[in-house]
Design a binder for this molecule. Structure first.
Ligand SMILES: Cc1cc2nc3c(=O)[nH]c(=O)nc-3n(C[C@H](O)[C@H](O)[C@H](O)COP(=O)(O)OP(=O)(O)OC[C@H]3O[C@@H](n4cnc5c(N)ncnc54)[C@H](O)[C@@H]3O)c2cc1C
Length: 382
């Protein structure tokens, strides 16, 4: 029986575990799927923004990953991976266990590198972790007016639309609370808002930000953050409340798998997310998306996990068609509205070429997005 070991129980790991188990059953092939993940919680991080804005409670952002055993039928061990030995196909954990495998699926996410830019560690708040979101919620609740800056020192970061979506949500949040005197500014390395999603979505965000009186300043290079301003090579922007977006990088336990060209990312080979030096190893995380021309967010990762999983099944079973990287739907909030867009991909030999366009605009998108996140977590609650 082929052994597939999944490391990490986030979006990528859960999709892979679910898909590998269900497809193996459908095909009548014996595959042993085991997940090892450090946290008992499977988080839905987009809900951290809702915690910060007071529309979700902290306990609504996660579900117990162990329940995947009963719901989806694969084994889940809660343990921290401390060493990955690709030559001997061994994975060691904090509790002293050693796992072996025929195929390894690495879904360990990314680390946040807060100290990469001067002042970033010391100042500001964020909602990129649940604790961060709870703290930001308090700060927003105490905020009575003034200057809010949403600052991003570098891209790609987790969820490309986050700074824009957050700025629009903030305007609604303050309006609902009757706080009019707020200046909201997004400082971001994009030349135009959400530039990675193409002209339709640039237009969408630019118009919505104009309606919501959100100012956009392109960031031409970080200089420093002080207790009351963000200094970039092209601007000095004062703030009363700073909301920051962390730089990301490959996790420490996978550092030896970093790309020489850009050590933030994993060395990875397309179209099916394999590690070049070991054909049985697959890397599906935001650290493996940029080198292949893909976006760093949960929906694109969902697709990536299915492509990698079908590639694994193909090799176990023989002749199983490898799924192509499919079009991905992206949905986001606007000011009193929302959008649904689509990105189509074509494999071009060493990268995916992307074309994104707007499908529709509707205030219902907010409800759709929220229902999707909550439904996803509900499926893990017994
Ligand atoms: C505020 C915010 C808003 C977002 N909005 C959107 C959005 O609107 N749309 C969208 O598509 N995406 C969005 N995202 C991005 C999305 O949440 C992520 O892309 C997705 O969660 C990443 O999934 P992952 O499985 O790669 O990583 P993670 O979810 O980080 O999972 C990694 C897993 O690995 C485990 N792990 C880590 N280290 C170890 C170790 N050493 N040993 C064992 N286990 C380990 C962790 O416990 C975790 O379970 C948003 C993210 C944030 C923070």
């Amino acid at each position: 029986m082929a052994k597939v070991l999944i490391l990490g129980g986030g979006t990528a790991g859960l999709v892979a575990g679910r898909y590998l188990t269900a497809e193996a059953k459908r095909l009548g092939i014996d595959v042993d799927v085991t997940m090892v993940t450090a946290s008992e919680r499977h988080y839905m991080p987009p809900l951290f923004m809702e915690v910060a804005l007071g529309s979700a409670a902290p306990h609504e952002t996660w579900a117990p990953i162990k329940n995947a055993e009963k719901v989806y039928g694969f084994k889940v061990d809660i343990d921290k991976v401390t060493d990955i030995d690709l030559a001997n196909r061994h994975v060691k954990t904090e509790s002293g266990k050693v796992y072996d495998y025929d195929y390894l699926f690495l879904g360990l996410g990314v680390k946040y590198v807060w100290d990469k830019y001067k002042g970033m560690n010391e100042y500001g708040y964020h909602n990129f972790t649940l604790d961060g979101a709870v703290e930001l919620h308090e700060k927003l609740f105490q905020f009575k007016g003034g200057k809010v800056v949403i600052y991003t020192p570098e891209g790609p970061h987790r969820c490309g639309i986050y700074p824009y979506e957050m700025s629009l949500n903030l305007r609604m949040y303050f309006e609902h609370r009757g706080i009019e005197d707020v200046e909201i500014t997004v400082v971001h390395p994009d030349k135009e808002p959400a530039i990675g999603l193409g002209p339709d979505l640039i237009r969408f965000f630019s118009r919505e930000m104009e309606k919501a009186r959100v100012k956009f300043i392109p960031n031409e290079g970080h200089v420093e953050i002080t207790p009351n301003k963000v200094v970039t090579k092209n601007a000095e922007v004062e703030y009363d409340l700073l909301i920051k977006v962390p730089p990301i990088a490959i996790p420490d336990v996978m550092a030896f798998m970093a790309d020489d060209k850009d050590p933030r990312w994993a060395k990875v080979k397309g179209p099916d997310f394999r590690y070049p030096d070991y054909d049985e190893v697959y890397i599906v995380s935001e650290a493996s998306m940029p080198p292949l021309g893909l976006l760093t967010a949960g929906v694109p990762l969902h697709n990536a996990a299915i492509v990698a999983s079908t590639s694994i099944l193909h090799r176990i079973h023989g002749g199983y068609p490898v799924a192509e990287y499919a079009p991905t739907l992206c949905v986001g909030h606007g000011y009193n509205t929302g959008f649904s867009g689509n990105c189509e991909y074509e494999w071009k030999g060493n990268k995916y070429k992307r074309e994104c366009y707007l499908l529709f605009k509707s205030p219902l998108v907010r409800l759709m997005k929220d229902s999707f996140y909550r439904g996803w977590l509900d499926s893990l609650r017994l």
